[in-house]
Design a protein around this ligand. Sequence first.
Ligand SMILES: Nc1ncnc2c1ncn2[C@@H]1O[C@H](COP(=O)(O)OP(=O)(O)OP(=O)(O)O)[C@@H](O)[C@H]1O
Ligand SMILES: [Mg+2]
Length: 289
Amino acid sequence: MHDVFQYAFWRYKLEVIVPRYYATVLPPLAFIILLAILLIAYKFKTDNMFNWFKERAIKKSLTLLNNNLKDVLHSDKNIMFNIKILSEKALASYGTAEGKAQLEKILSLSNNHMESIAKALNNIKDLKVSTIHNNLIDAIESAINEVNIPDYIEIIKIYHDTEVYGNFDMYHMKQALINLITNSLDAIYSKNVEKGIIRITVNSSIEWIYLSIRDNGCGIPRKYIKKIFNPYFSTKSKQNNWGIGLSYVFRVITAHYGHMRIKSKKDEYTNVEILLPRSKSFGGQYGED
Ligand SMILES: Nc1ncnc2c1ncn2[C@@H]1O[C@H](COP(=O)(O)OP(=O)(O)OP(=O)(O)O)[C@@H](O)[C@H]1O
Ligand SMILES: [Mg+2]
């Protein structure tokens, strides 16, 4: 009798406990399983979406690269075509003064083209900056020295501060400045002014170095102003100008945590303004370190 009671009691207990157990355990369990399913589905979806975005971005940059390459190869083809025609002419008039003139043209075309290619390769390669404590004035002076400036163009230097030290890569900074000064020279040539002026102003605050390069050249039409930083955008002859100067300068400035903007008015002026972080460690200039 006792055993029967025990058995019956346990059956009773089980009947009470099991439904209660299911009632308390099953819903959270179901909820967890549902959550897991949702998470897996979400992850799958976001991964796919991420891939989709990535693919689109890659496709876009490949199309851009493709178009740029097409432009470059097209200009290459034109140059090679010119060289071919000139060579045929030189061959036909071999040994004469005319033939010599054709050969000289071929030489100058090849030189110009090689220069453009070297410049492009230099800019395309990964921009690795090695920052060292440098004075921006040194970079400006050495950039000016590397550019041929005709007599009718004057460079006016307004250095409010001559010890403007920053942590920057001298090579790239100098190349960036050469690009900017060359752009100013080109703008002045194309405007045919009597007197060209490039005004270089340097100023500084505790944290920043301010640089402005302003010319009285042809200026930039409004419709172009948004495009000038795009690689391969150029309004100049494609032969020697590939439109990579400003995009390179922008990369150099931003790689140094600087900022850059360009203001311009067609037929009047162009002003390139640059802000670079000033280095505080210079000789205890600020009494900080
Ligand atoms: N100082 C300036 N005055 C007038 N236009 C300018 C000036 N600087 C840049 N630009 C315009 O911006 C365009 C892009 O300049 P960027 O330096 O990138 O290329 P580029 O000078 O045409 O060719 P590259 O620098 O490769 O020789 C120029 O073609 C020109 O139209
Ligand atoms: Mg340029």
